[in-house]
Design a protein around this ligand. Structure first.
Ligand code: MN
Ligand code: MN
Length: 463
């Protein structure tokens, strides 16, 4: 057993180790994170915000540079919805990269391509939910609209409705309790149904309009404010997300409540860790991807070849390209696939197994494996690899913990880890524990957010 002194210098709960000055730093760091998730609620917004920060640290668009050498910083912007940042290392790329990966898409409600209609003098927008949501959580709460509309001439119009204090918000109605006798007999999964998640968009009719005058009025407002027509909804990506900013949570302000922390909490801290590095032995990469919540599919998801292509392009500009070098660079890489984990919830203890649960305040969380029903679908990390990470974290006094997502057969989940594992590289799931995962407002511990950042820095330095 560890003696008392050792326990004091390396407590399980990160809060206990912070000095007054450190505590200030933790609060300031996480306040900045709070602003990031408040200002960036879509994968597109996250991509442009991270690129903006990257540029301030000297990162350049890969296609704007002619050749690469150690110390150079470049990024690939994948269709504005995902990105890969590279800090070129001293060693040949075939010796592998140190990759910090996370996803920047979050559960939400997407507008359908033909969304707008009027019913009973109310204008509504039809949606199709994105990712795994408990639908009943998304009604009777203020929502905002974020996204772009692309017109036939190629003009992209950025839309943000419902974030400024002076902006109106939108929302989805819920049935009053007084008339909900039948509804409340239904199962939770169907108490609010997917096809009924229709956004209330307006109620004021346009004068001298005979048919669908309320719809005509909102279309007139859209034309005037944003200069697009009803048909243009067809080529738009408009997302309905919770309106308003993230907040400190708890009387002690030790937590953060905000939308989209799955997985922007890992994306933000991973990017911050990379920006901390100015030179490195093996090339460092921060990979922020889209579509994780719907299976990592499509051109901007982790199953896409974009990262493999990017590695080939980097090798080419380093003058090191060959097919074999691409394969070696990937296989010799090490990666923290960071995604949120379930924080132990005293309100629902029955779905957790306490020895193997993540707790608020206990720092960066590692999941050797994820999956469900007998680890199905999991990337099961090698103990040899995790042992090295433990050494790196201990050396840098990072607080960390290990966990499984809930107890055996309670459910489960997946991440991008197994996809990168397909390249035969060492990957482990890590991340920050979250309460209310996939609800409109998710909760994290500020200490865990900070320790995650410190852990990612340690990974880049030591591995
Ligand atoms: Mn996630
Ligand atoms: Mn998720």
């Amino acid at each position: 057993m560890a003696d008392k002194k050792e326990k004091k210098s390396n407590p399980k709960n990160a809060w206990l180790k912070y000095s007054a000055a450190k505590l200030k730093e933790v609060m300031a760091f996480t306040d900045e994170y709070k602003d990031f998730i408040s200002d960036n609620k879509t994968e597109r917004e996250c991509t442009s915000a991270v690129i903006k920060r990257a540029e301030s640290f000297g990162y350049k668009d890969f296609y704007s540079v002619k050749s690469l050498k150690a110390g150079d910083k470049v990024y690939f912007n994948i269709m504005g919805k995902a990105l890969a940042l590279f800090l070129i290392g001293e060693k040949p790329l075939e010796e592998g990269m140190k990759i910090l990966g996370a996803h920047i898409d979050s559960p939400r409600l997407d507008l359908k391509q033909n969304p707008l209609y009027e019913d009973s003098e109310i204008a509504l927008l039809d949606t199709h939910y994105y990712g795994g949501v408990k639908k009943y959580q998304w009604v009777a709460t203020p929502m905002a609209i974020h996204g772009i509309v692309v017109k036939k001439d190629g003009t992209a119009i950025t839309v943000t409705i419902g974030e400024k204090e002076s902006d109106p918000v939108v929302g989805i109605s819920d049935l009053l309790i007084h008339l909900a006798q039948d509804q409340l007999q239904k199962k939770g999964a169907t108490v609010v149904e997917g096809e009924d998640l229709n956004v209330t968009f307006g109620s004021m009719p346009l004068k001298d309009e005979d048919k669908d005058a309320v719809k005509a009025n909102v279309l007139a407002i859209l034309k005037k404010k944003y200069d697009f027509e009803e048909d243009d909804f067809a080529s738009a990506e408009l997302e309905i997300v919770p309106a308003g900013r993230a907040r400190g949570y708890g009387l002690d302000n030790s937590m953060i409540i905000g939308y989209g922390q799955d997985d922007r909490v890992c994306a933000y801290t991973s990017a911050k860790a990379l920006f901390e590095m100015t030179s490195i032995d093996r090339t460092a990469v921060c990979l922020l991807v889209d579509k994780e919540e719907i299976g990592s599919v499509g051109a901007t998801g982790m199953h896409s070849r974009f990262f493999e292509n990017a590695v080939a392009e980097v090798l080419d500009k380093l003058g090191q390209y060959s097919e074999l070098h691409v394969r070696r660079a990937l296989a010799n890489s090490v990666m923290l696939s960071s995604d949120v984990s379930a924080a132990f919830d005293p309100n629902y203890p029955s779905v957790f197994e306490k020895k193997n649960s993540a707790f608020f305040g206990r720092g960066l969380c590692f999941n050797k494996y994820t999956g469900s029903r007998g680890k199905s679908g999991s990337n099961d990390a090698s103990p040899e690899f995790y042992a090295k990470i433990r050494a790196a974290l201990d050396k840098n006094k990072v607080t960390y913990q290990t966990a499984e997502l809930g107890k055996v057969d309670a459910g489960g989940g997946g991440t991008i880890a197994y996809i990168m594992g397909n390249y035969a590289m060492n990957v482990i799931d890590s991340g920050v524990a979250v309460q209310n995962m996939h609800a409109p407002w998710e909760v994290t511990s500020r200490a865990d957010v900070y320790e995650a950042y410190k852990g990612y820095v340690a990974f880049l330095k030591e591995m």
